[in-house]
Ligand binder design. Structure first.
Ligand code: BLA
Length: 512
C-alpha cells in the first residue's frame, strides 16, 4: 500500500485516493453501521466543530445531535439510501444556539455516511427557475461544441462566482486542452493550453466517472483522520468514493498551490460512459459553495453531457456540408479545365478547401505545385518517392510522418500530418494535403518560462510546467485526419481517375 509512502510522478496511478482515511475538516463525518445505525467511525474534528469528541460519539446514534423531528426523518430515509447523496437541513441540538448544518447522507461500502457541512457564506444566491431556464435555452441554442462549452462555463461561473471556470476537454491519449474559459479579468488565460494525461491519474479518472463532482473549498487544511482509522469489520479505511469530505491527494494539493489556486470544484462531463472532459472551477481564496449550488452545477454538467452528442453531430454535419460544397466546386473546376491537374488549383486553389489543412501539393509528371503552407519541392519529391514504396491503400494518411520516416523531421512544421492519394497508376504522381505540427498551432503560454526541477530532479508540479511536458509528447504530430476527410480524399481520387479515363478514351477515339 502507498498509504504513508512518498507519492512520486511514477507511482501516481497507484495512490489509493479512495481510501485516504482522512477528511477535509470544513465539515465532519460520521460513519454508521448499516444494520444498527450506530456510529462506528467519526472524523477527529468533531470536538473542534461541535464540542463532542469523536471517541465519545462511537457506539452512539444520531440522536446525540438531532432533535426528535429530524431524527425521525433521517431514520425513515436511511433504508432507502444509495450511493447518491441526499441533503437534509438540520440543527444541532446539543450546541448552544443550535447551529444549522447541511446533513449529506449516502450509503456505500457497507456503511451509512453522515457528512455535516456548515452554511456557505453565500447561501442567498440560491437557484432561481427563470435563471435555470435561461441557462437551458442558451445551451440548447448552441450549434457547435465550442459555443456549447463557452455557455456552460459562463453559466457555472455566474452561479458559483468562481474566479475561473474552464472546460477541460480530453483527447484520445487522455491529455487535455482548455477549450473554453470564463474568468476574472486580472487572471492569466489558460485557454488553448494543453496538459499531459498524467495530470489526472487513472484512478482519479475512474472515480470521477462514478462521482461527478469533486469539491475542495480550501486547499490549506490539515487532513483530519477518522477515529478509528479502520472500519471495524473490514480492517481498512472506508471507501470514500462518494464522500463529499474525502481528503485530497497531497500531490494534487501541491499542484493547486503552485498554480495559485485555493479552492476548486470539478464537474465530470461524460459521454458514452467515458470521461469527455471536466468543468474546472478555480478560486484564489477559499470558497465554500453550498451543496444546493453544487447540485445545480451538477445538473448543468449532466445536461451538458446529455446534449453533447447532438452538438457534435450538428458540428460534424456543418463540416460535412462545407466539404461537400467545396468538393462540388473542385470537381466542376477539374472537369471544366483542359488539364485536369491544373484544374485542382486554377483559377482557384479549391483543393485547399476540400478539407481542413495547412497546405497541399501536387506531384505530377515530374512537376511539383505547392499550395498554402507546404514543404519545399525537394522534400515533396522525396515524400513522393517514399510513398511509391509505402502506399498500400487508396488513401495514405499519417498524423506523424516523422515517426514513419526520419526525413519527415525537417518538414514537420508544415507537414507533420500527410494525407495523399495517387493521381495516376505510374509512380511519383500524387495529390497531398499537409497539416502542421500541432505545437505550431496551439497557444503556448509556458513557452518562455523555465521548466523548474525540484531537488530530486522531478518536475515542479504546476499546469504551466506540465504544458511543457505535454508538448514533448506531441512533437512532430499533427491533428488526426477524420474519417470524413479520408472519404473526401478518396472521392476526389475516384473522380480524377474517371476524368483521366474519359480523357484517355477521347484520345483513343480521336486516334482511331
Ligand atoms: C486531480 N488534476 C486533478 C483534477 C484536475 C487536475 C482538474 C481534479 C480535481 C480538482 O478539482 O482539482 C488537473 N487542474 C488540472 C489541470 C489543470 C487544472 C490539467 O487546473 C489545468 C489548468 N497531478 C499531477 C501529477 C499527479 C497528479 C503528476 O499533475 C500524480 C503524481 C495527481 N491529480 C492528481 C490526483 C488527483 C488529481 C491524485 C485526484 C485528486 C482527488 O480527487 O483526490
Amino acid at each position: 500500500s502507498l498509504v504513508g509512502a512518498t507519492i512520486t510522478l511514477t507511482n501516481c496511478d497507484r495512490e489509493p485516493i479512495h481510501i485516504p482515511g482522512l477528511v477535509q475538516p470544513y465539515g465532519f463525518l460520521l460513519c454508521l453501521a448499516e444494520d444498527t445505525h450506530r456510529i462506528v467511525q467519526a472524523s477527529a474534528n468533531t470536538q473542534a466543530l461541535i464540542g463532542l469528541a469523536a471517541e465519545d460519539l462511537l457506539g452512539k446514534g444520531l440522536e446525540e445531535l438531532l432533535g426528535p423531528g429530524r431524527l425521525a426523518e433521517v431514520a425513515a430515509l436511511l433504508p432507502t439510501l444509495t450511493e447518491t447523496t441526499k441533503l437534509l437541513g438540520v440543527r444541532l441540538k446539543h450546541v448552544a444556539g443550535q447551529p444549522f448544518y447541511k446533513l449529506i447522507l449516502h450509503r456505500y461500502d457497507g456503511l451509512l455516511w453522515a457528512e455535516f457541512e456548515p452554511l456557505a457564506e453565500e447561501e442567498a444566491s440560491v437557484l432561481s427557475l427563470p435563471a435555470l431556464n435561461n441557462t437551458l435555452s442558451q445551451m440548447l441554442s448552441a450549434t457547435n461544441v465550442l459555443d456549447f462549452c463557452q455557455y456552460a462555463v459562463e453559466q457555472v461561473r455566474d452561479i458559483t462566482g468562481f474566479a475561473r471556470v474552464a472546460m477541460y476537454r480530453f483527447a484520445a491519449d487522455e491529455s487535455g486542452e482548455v477549450v473554453a474559459e470564463a474568468k476574472r479579468d486580472d487572471l492569466d488565460p489558460l485557454l488553448g493550453l494543453h496538459y499531459p494525461a498524467t495530470d489526472i491519474p487513472q484512478q482519479a479518472r475512474a472515480m470521477y466517472l462514478k462521482n461527478w463532482l469533486r469539491f475542495i473549498p480550501d486547499i490549506d487544511y490539515a487532513p483530519t483522520p477518522l477515529v478509528p482509522a479502520r472500519t471495524p469489520g473490514t480492517g481498512r479505511p472506508p471507501d470514500m468514493t462518494y464522500a463529499v469530505l474525502r481528503s485530497v491527494s497531497p500531490i494534487h494539493i501541491e499542484y493547486l498551490r503552485n498554480m495559485g489556486v485555493a479552492a476548486t470544484m470539478t464537474i465530470s462531463i461524460i459521454q458514452d460512459g467515458k470521461l469527455w472532459g471536466m468543468v474546472m472551477c478555480h478560486h484564489d481564496a477559499p470558497r465554500l459553495v453550498s451543496y444546493e449550488l453544487r447540485e445545480l452545477c451538477l445538473f448543468i454538467g449532466k445536461t451538458f453531457s446529455a446534449l453533447l452528442s447532438t452538438k457534435e453531430q450538428l458540428e460534424t454535419h456543418a463540416y460535412q456540408l462545407r466539404l461537400q460544397q467545396a468538393q462540388v466546386r473542385l470537381l466542376e473546376q477539374v472537369s471544366n479545365h483542359v488539364n485536369f491537374v491544373e484544374g485542382l488549383y486554377q483559377p482557384v486553389p479549391i483543393v485547399l478547401d476540400v478539407l481542413n489543412c495547412g497546405g497541399a501539393a501536387i506531384c505530377f509528371d515530374g512537376e511539383v505545385v505547392r499550395l498554402g503552407n507546404a514543404p519545399t519541392p525537394p522534400q515533396i519529391r522525396e515524400l513522393a518517392t517514399w510513398l511509391d514504396e509505402h502506399l498500400e491503400e487508396d488513401v495514405f494518411h499519417t498524423d506523424s510522418y516523422a515517426r514513419l520516416n526520419q526525413a519527415g523531421l525537417a518538414m514537420r512544421a508544415t507537414a507533420s500530418g500527410v494525407l495523399a492519394v495517387a493521381l495516376a497508376q505510374e509512380p511519383g504522381n500524387y495529390l497531398f494535403w499537409f497539416r502542421p505540427e500541432l505545437l505550431q498551432t496551439v497557444r503556448w503560454a509556458g513557452k518562455h518560462e523555465k521548466v523548474h526541477k525540484m531537488e530530486d530532479g522531478q518536475l515542479f508540479l504546476s499546469p504551466r510546467q506540465s504544458f511543457a511536458a505535454w508538448a514533448q509528447t506531441v512533437e512532430s504530430t499533427a491533428a488526426p485526419w477524420l474519417p470524413l476527410e479520408l472519404e473526401t480524399a478518396n472521392a476526389i481520387r475516384l473522380h480524377i481517375a474517371d476524368v483521366r479515363l474519359k480523357v484517355f478514351n477521347e484520345l483513343q477515339a480521336r486516334a482511331a
